[in-house]
Structures are given as C-alpha cells and as structure tokens.
Design a protein around this ligand. Structure first.
Ligand code: ADP
Ligand code: ASP
Ligand code: MG
Length: 411
C-alpha cells in the first residue's frame, strides 16, 4: 500500500479539538487507500515552556538532560493523536523516537538522523494498522540517550520518514497555507508561492523563514521527497499549498523569489587586532571550538598593522563567543583592544535563483534600504542570495520596503 507522511505542527495540535480536526484529515487519506505515518509536534508553546524550565533550573545545562526534558511535549501529542484515531475506529499506534528507533548522532540539541529502520512499523501495517503516529523532533543516540533535532525538528522527522518509507508525498500541515514571498505576519502583501525550488527554500529556511526547518529541505532535496506545505485550518483541497520541487519544474523565474528575516542575530567586533598572517585562524578557530556558528565576516582596512574584525553569530551564542575570545586573548593567541557586541541586529535577505542571470539586485536592495534611512552594517552575498545586517527595529520596515521594491506581490 502507498505510504503517505502527514506532519502536524504545534498550532495544528494545540488543543484536543485541533487534534480531532487533524485526525479527520488523516482519516480521509486512509479512506483514499493510504497507509499513513503521522508526525506530530508538541502542542504550541509547550516546547518553549520546557526550554524555560531547563534554563531556569540550570543556565549552563547538561545537554543530555535538556533533550530528555524538551522532547517530552511530542510524547503527549503522539499518544493523544493515536487515541483520537482509535476513537474514530482507525487502527493507530504511537511511536516515540527511541521505539522506532530513530537513530541519531550524539549532538544533543542539534542531532542529525543516521537511520530509520522500517521493519517494525511496516510489520504493523502488514497486520492491519492504518496509521503510525510518530513523535517528531526526537531520536536516540548510540549511547542510548534521547536526542532532539533542533528547534522546528519535527519537519525533519517527517521528511526523513518519507525518505525511509519511500512515501508518495510528505505533507507539512501548519498555520499558513503555504510558503509565501515573505513571512505573511510581516506584510499582508506577501504572496503565496505555488511552487518553490529546493535551493531557494533551503536559503529561505536557513535565513529565517521558519516555515520549514533547513535540514528537512536538505533531506527532501537529497532523497527527492515530494514535499508540500499546507494549512491544517482550511478546507480540504488536493491541490492546496506550496510544492517544494526541483528547479526544472518551475516556469517563472523572477530575480528575487522571497525575502527572509532573522531577528536572532548579533554582530561582534574585535577592535584593533594585529594584522598578521594567521590572525583569522587564531580568532575563528577558538570560536568554532567553542561551538559558535559564525555567519558573516568582514575585516576592515588595516592601519599601521592593526585592523578591526567583525562577524555575526546567533544572539544566544554571544556569551560563548565572548568566553572563547577572552580565553584566546589570555593565552596570547590573539591580541585585541576591545570586543564590542551588538545584540540588536537582524539579518534581512533576498533569495532567488534568478539572481544567477540577472544583475543589479544587490544595488537595488541597498538603494531601497537607504531611501528608508536604514543603515547597513554588514553585507554578504552568494550565488542566489544577498543578506544584510540592520538594526533589529527596522526588520519589518526593511522587509516591507524590499517586498514593494521588487514587486513580489505580483506573480
Ligand atoms: P509549525 O508549528 O506548524 O511547525 P512554524 O511556526 O514553525 O509552524 O512555521 C510557520 C510560520 O512560519 C508561519 O506562521 C509564518 O509566520 C512563518 N513564516 C516565516 N516565513 C514564512 C514564509 N516565507 N512563508 C510562510 N510562512 C513563513
Ligand atoms: N516542538 C519542537 C519545537 O517547538 C519541534 C517542532 O515543533 O518541530 O521546536
Ligand atoms: Mg515549525
């Protein structure tokens, strides 16, 4: 029988009523002749609450215990979904990550999936079970500890199951009816995209569009999973939502397809560093070892053998970055006058495969921001994106201005 994967995010399972609504969608797919794997998130707000408990109890927490705690929200919704389906006379059973077992690396809090054995669940399908409900976001390490896949990780669970079971499709049900040209919460001019390429979705996700976890898009691209994003609140429509697909399947090719914003950024500047060979390695080596994910980097012009070095990283890694650099200075590996941290920045990015063949996107972006009086602090570009750091208070204004300037409301 064909297997279909359906993932329901936090808002789609936020109450018992919503779980019932989601279960009705599942029952329709069962009636259509599919065996269904349902992947659920925790009820919305639940994971944040659990993360709060962890931080309050132990600010420098043991990541193994963090995972033991924050993974628990999904256990509740998986069991409730299975019970709801059983109440509808649909044979269903729940699986927690360790029961599958969904094997992952030991990188607690950001584990990567290594393997999903299919026998156990397939045997149950063979015995007449119609729906396997899987707790998203969680797995099991080689050491036998519970792991989690990073925030938003249930998307990745869903795509990984779709790949492992060779599913006909992976449907991601959420609180918006697809992928938009930008976060529809920032501007009501955001337009729903019928299709978006894996490459663009990968950039949008990693640059802040949290509608899909980045890793889920990577997996879908690698294993050619048919991935769709759609609303769990709208009436059933077989053609609803946005399809994430190969570039060849997309006809329209605007220079810019979308604008992404990430508010969780910080900018750090090492003031007056000795400009000598090996200095970048002396700075970024300890940062990498300290677990800091450095994103953009700029080195200023050198004056009298000294220079300023600026980089950006996630705002919640500033303390780690400061500690790693202080230790490097203490050891005499790097010498700087001061370390200035700016925790009030946001990254605004334009993404589009059309940028490969059309020039002028960056120039138009800078002009648009300057017309709004928004100062650009750092710039980074790649083949299909341009990103800038700006003051966080300008996030909405910058996104709206760029959405207008590039006429993204028009198809
Ligand atoms: P879920 O709980 O279902 O996983 P998320 O909150 O993780 O849902 O992701 C859905 C949210 O992503 C939307 O409510 C929307 O605000 C946000 N979002 C950001 N960028 C985009 C975009 N380009 N298109 C659609 N949604 C976006
Ligand atoms: N519940 C987890 C989170 O909030 C995983 C997910 O919803 O995808 O990050
Ligand atoms: Mg999500």
């Amino acid at each position: 029988m064909p297997v279909l994967v359906m993932k329901f995010g936090g808002t789609s399972v936020a109450t018992l009523d919503r779980i019932k609504r989601a279960a009705k969608r599942v029952s329709r797919e069962v009636a259509n002749g599919n065996d269904v794997i349902v992947v659920v998130s925790a009820m919305s707000g639940e994971t944040n609450k659990l993360v709060g408990y962890v931080n309050e109890t132990s600010p420098m927490f043991d990541a193994r215990e963090y995972d033991a705690i924050v993974s628990s929200g999904e256990n509740v919704t998986a069991g409730l979904m299975a019970l709801t389906l059983q109440e509808m006379d649909i044979p269903a059973r729940s699986w927690q990550g360790w029961q599958v077992p969904l094997k992952t690396s030991s990188a607690h809090g950001a584990a990567r999936i290594d393997d999903i054995p299919t026998t156990n669940i397939n045997d149950k399908f063979g015995e007449g079970m119609k729906v396997a409900v899987v707790a998203g976001f969680q797995g099991l390490s080689n050491e036998g500890r519970i792991t989690t896949l990073g925030r938003g990780g249930s998307d990745t669970t869903a795509v990984a199951f779709a790949a492992a079971f060779d599913a006909i499709r992976c449907d991601i049900y959420t609180d918006v009816d697809g992928v938009y040209t930008t976060d529809p919460r920032i501007t009501d001019k955001a337009r729903k995209l019928e299709k978006v390429s894996f490459e663009e979705m990968l950039e949008l996700a990693s640059l802040g569009a949290k509608v899909l976890q980045t890793r889920s898009v990577e997996l879908a691209m690698r294993f050619k999973v048919k991935l769709r994003v759609l609303s769990s609140f709208e009436e059933y429509d077989p053609n609803a939502g946005t399809l994430i697909c190969a570039e060849e399947d997309i006809v329209e090719n605007n220079a810019v397809s979308g604008v992404a914003a990430s508010r969780d950024e910080a900018k750090m500047t090492l003031v007056s560093v000795a400009d000598r060979p090996g200095i970048a390695a002396a700075i970024f080596g300890p940062l990498a070892e300290g677990g800091v994910n450095v994103d953009m980097i700029i080195q200023n012009i050198s004056e009298e053998g000294r220079t300023d070095m600026t980089f950006s990283c996630p705002v919640d890694q500033v303390a780690r970055a400061e500690a790693a650099l202080a230790a490097a200075k203490e050891r005499g590996d790097v010498n700087f006058e001061a370390l200035v941290s700016d925790k009030n920045v946001a990254k605004i990015s334009l993404v589009g495969i059309g940028m490969r063949s059309q020039s002028g996107v960056a120039a138009k972006m800078f002009k648009t921001l300057s017309d709004e009086g928004i100062n650009i602090k750092v710039i980074a570009t790649s083949e299909i994106k341009v990103s800038v750091l700006v003051d966080r208070k300008y996030t909405e204004l910058a996104v709206q201005a760029l959405h207008d300037a590039f006429e993204l409301e028009k198809a």
